[in-house]
Unconditional design. Structure first.
Length: 326
């Protein structure tokens, strides 16, 4: 006799999972990781390994001995937090500072709110912003790629642009401003995640093709930057950099593809994602152009993370079966 089994939804299952998506992000970042090690050497690798191990270990210890709940470090989320945190740090950063950043990212940014799925801000960005405010000198000492002088540091492209424009130097006369080829290949100073735009683009395309992320957030961010930057560049190209320079420099690509797309802290609907992305692009350009900091991506994402609940309130998908009033 056939028995009818009644079970709660969902009735259709897919192969998507937290672990699959997290390790998909890790795979997507491997080209950029290889490029950072190529340009910065073992210093970059030590920062990455310290950050990942610290994040995983801190999450394990908090869950095991403080919260006393089952550990979830094998889902890959702590490893991804550590990897993205490392990509926001300079290669020469003292390792104890990296550990402090991991403690803030996991201990405060993630586990204080209850763990994965409950944090209100991207943990890696929170850790990075904390370190930038607490250790500004160390966090803005950028090693020079492939330098023959051990410990040599230099300005990032955005930092060089900011200081030169502030002193009244036209962009066409700025010495040492990297070319588009330099930005694409990665022979520039900056954090690990500012190296080799082409590697970050490859990683972003991988995430899109494997459907780990959708196009709505990265495209809306980059389109907003292109429009805002294009308008300023059209007004005065000697004072404002080109849109392509803004897209390829700093943490723009890392933020657009890997940080702003965090599932927990980004909007749920596609329309909300576009609003969220436009907000990030606009705030980033305002900080870069008129603010004190040469870079604004982390601050922009953090601000929009906080705004996400409001976006979710007003940007809701239509309910199944809902009748639209005319």
């Amino acid at each position: 006799m056939n028995t009818l089994t009644v079970a709660p939804s969902p009735h259709v299952h897919g192969d998507d999972s937290v672990k699959r998506n997290m390790y998909g992000v890790v795979i997507a970042l491997l080209p950029a990781l290889a490029a950072s090690v190529w340009f910065f050497g073992l210093g970059a690798l030590s920062v990455v390994l310290t950050s990942i191990v610290s994040c995983v270990l801190i999450e394990f210890l908090i869950q095991k001995f403080i919260l006393k709940v089952p550990t979830t470090v094998t889902d890959g989320s702590a490893a991804v937090t550590g990897l993205i945190l490392a990509f926001n740090l300079p290669a020469g950063l003292p390792l104890w500072i990296v550990v402090v950043g991991a403690l803030v990212a996991i201990g405060i940014g993630k586990m204080t709110f209850g763990g994965l799925g409950q944090n209100i801000a991207n943990p890696a960005i929170l850790g990075r912003v904390f370190l930038l405010v607490s250790f500004p000198a160390q966090m803005t000492s950028w090693p020079v790629p492939s330098s023959e002088v051990d410990g040599a540091t230099g300005a990032t492209p955005l930092g060089l642009l900011k200081e030169s424009v502030k002193s009244g130097t036209p962009i066409s006369e700025i010495a040492g401003l990297p070319s588009t080829q330099d930005l694409l290949l990665g022979s520039i100073g900056g954090s690990l995640g500012e190296i080799s735009a082409i590697c970050l683009i490859i990683g972003g395309i991988f995430l899109l093709c494997t459907k780990v992320i959708t196009w709505h957030i990265p495209v809306s961010i980059l389109a907003t930057v292109a429009v805002f930057g294009g308008l300023l560049y059209g007004v005065d190209p000697e004072t404002y950099a080109s849109p392509l320079f803004h897209i390829l420099s700093g943490g723009m690509l890392l933020g657009a593809f890997f940080m702003a797309t965090d599932y927990v802290t980004s909007p749920m609907s596609h329309s909300g994602m576009i609003v969220y992305g436009v907000g990030i692009g606009l705030i980033t350009m305002l900080i870069r152009t008129f603010g004190a900091y040469p870079e604004g991506m982390s601050f922009a994402i953090l601000i929009m993370n906080i705004v996400t609940p409001l976006i979710n309130t007003y940007c809701k998908p239509k309910r199944f079966g809902e009748v639209v009033k005319k």
